[in-house]
Design a protein around this ligand. Structure first.
Ligand code: SF4
Ligand code: SF4
Length: 162
């Protein structure tokens, strides 16, 4: 099960947003120097990490499914229990500056992963653009409490974009 840090602010006032743009903390600081608020701002709220994954026991390959955590709200793209997520869903691993270098199974479009791997945020990220335009979740999502673990394989997303 995925890790997730969700950015909860839905509206950024223009001044705050412009301050963030001029600040560019993500380009001038290392992960470990981020404040908690800065760390949270990196998350683009795509929800891709809340998709259930399965791992091949033979070669450790990770596959994404279109099954999503039952605590994910598909309308707001937020975790319904963000503060208590790790106790309510034990497989939910919190992404931190301490473990980001070990999370190469995170979605390829995860803003944390992109920042870690390239040293910069993607051009579509809201800290670079005025409109928030995160990557899309797959269609026909199913909540994990509706799916038996044994049938997760049937929901694997075949392309490798995740
Ligand atoms: S508990 Fe929340 S943050 Fe964790 S996987 Fe589920 S929806 Fe995502
Ligand atoms: S995949 Fe990354 S950017 Fe997207 S919601 Fe999860 S932690 Fe945030």
């Amino acid at each position: 099960m995925p890790s997730l840090v969700i950015w909860r602010e839905k509206n950024i006032c223009r001044n705050v947003w412009e301050n963030r743009l001029s600040n560019k903390f993500w380009a001038t600081k290392s992960f470990r120097e981020f404040s908690e608020e800065e760390w949270e701002q990196i998350c683009c709220r795509c929800g891709l990490c809340c998709l259930v994954k399965v791992q091949d026991e033979d070669d450790d390959e990770v596959y994404y499914t279109r099954v999503i955590c039952h605590l994910f709200d598909c309308k707001t793209k937020l975790c319904k229990e963000y503060k208590n997520r790790c106790s309510l869903v034990p497989e939910c691993l919190k992404v931190t500056s301490q473990n980001i270098d070990k999370l190469d199974w995170m979605p390829k479009k995860c803003a944390y992963r992109i920042l870690y791997e390239t040293g910069d945020l993607p051009e579509w990220h809201f800290l670079k653009k005025s409109n928030i335009n995160p990557p899309e979740l797959p269609e026909n999502l199913v909540y994990d409490n509706m799916v038996n673990d044994d049938s997760l394989e049937d929901y694997i997303i075949e392309d490798d974009k995740f």
